[in-house]
Write a protein that binds this ligand. Structure first.
Ligand SMILES: Cc1ncc(C[n+]2csc(CCOP(=O)(O)OP(=O)(O)O)c2C)c(N)n1
Ligand code: SF4
Ligand SMILES: [Mg+2]
Length: 309
């Protein structure tokens, strides 16, 4: 038997070197220059979202930013990644579909108080009770900004607008009580004037497995200037954190915090680890697939017709 000498042996091929992936930077994911009015609170929410993506090294193709219609909802234009600027009030169900079909993604929805609590209010309720894994950041400015000053569901009584020229008479909703009652499994409150705290809330929401809602006060300097001054220490207001001894698993305690008069509290009011619809549906799909394991599509169809006879 002839032997291969070392000289004759084929050269050993080195395995291909995978190029190292550079983590994304804020510059990579910054889109169009925002068209918001100078001083609008929405700038701060965008800056913190970009910071969150950079800090948590979310890969470009995993970023999912969805919105409806409104000044705040222009958000996805300003993020250079996958996303959608969808129909007024329908961004939430659009994002929930992404979450259920692509469970490896964590969609972020950004919307105004009108988009989320008025036309989209019904969707908010049902996504909350279904506990679909995603984050909803409500950029609450207490007014319809894009359409130039109409009363919104969060405008306070007495607010003069184009739809309430002598002052609003209807009781505003309390966003925190609303989402708690609907069944959201993470409920937090923040403001655009405290960026470190807002980033903390967004990080906690990203880490939460379930439907997380952040009510973020975001001032409309054009149509409701000074609305949130009482929550801003730089304007003589008070930024009160949720008390350190608050039990975030206590829904009734969360409800009591939500009842505090404005400016109220900031931080995580409630957090529960009840199963998500994503997990429950995955279980249903696995069980259904087990029943038909090894069968061809036509056999599954034939069995169904047999059963119907
Ligand atoms: C189906 C539908 N109804 C109404 C409108 C008009 N519209 C556009 S934005 C908006 C409300 C915007 O207010 P909000 O959601 O609070 O966002 P903001 O502009 O204050 O950020 C309304 C009523 C629309 N575009 N589509
Ligand atoms: S109108 Fe108000 S909400 Fe819209 S961009 Fe201007 S300041 Fe912001
Ligand atoms: Mg608004």
């Amino acid at each position: 038997m002839s032997q291969i000498t070392l000289d004759e042996a084929p050269p050993v091929q080195a395995p291909p070197v995978e190029p190292e992936r550079k983590p994304i930077t804020k510059k990579d994911i910054s889109g169009d220059h925002p068209t918001w009015c100078p001083g609008c609170g929405d700038f701060s929410v965008l800056a913190l979202y970009l910071k969150l993506l950079e800090k948590r090294k979310i890969e470009h193709e995993k970023i999912t930013t969805v919105a409806g219609i409104g000044c705040s909802s222009r958000f996805p234009y300003f993020v250079q990644a996958y996303g959608a600027h969808f129909i007024h009030g329908r961004g939430l169900p659009f994002a929930s579909g992404i979450s259920l079909t692509r469970p490896e993604l964590h969609p972020f929805f950004f919307g105004g108080d009108g988009d989320t609590f008025s036309i989209g209010g019904n969707h908010l309720t049902h996504i909350a009770r279904k506990n679909i894994n995603m984050t909803c950041v409500v950029m609450d400015n207490w007014v319809y900004g894009l359409t130039k000053k109409q009363t919104s569901p969060t405008s306070p009584i007495g607010f003069k607008s184009k739809t309430d020229t002598t002052g609003a008479v209807d009781q505003p909703i309390n966003p925190m009580k609303q989402v708690l009652a609907a069944g959201a499994s993470f409920v937090a409150r923040a403001t655009h004037t405290n960026p470190n705290h807002l980033l903390q809330m967004m990080e906690a929401a990203l880490d939460h497995n379930g439907f997380s809602v952040i009510q973020c006060l975001s001032e409309c300097v054009e149509f409701y200037e000074g609305a949130f001054d009482p929550s801003n220490p730089r304007k003589g207001g008070a930024f009160n954190l949720v008390p350190a001894d608050h039990d975030v698993t206590d829904e009734v305690a969360a409800y009591k915090l939500a009842n505090a008069p404005f400016p109220g509290y900031f931080g995580i009011f409630y957090k529960s680890d009840r199963p998500t619809k994503n997990q429950l549906e995955a279980g249903l799909i696995a069980a259904a697939q087990k029943k038909v394991a090894g069968k061809k599509d036509w056999q599954i169809l034939q069995d169904t017709f047999e059963r119907l006879k």
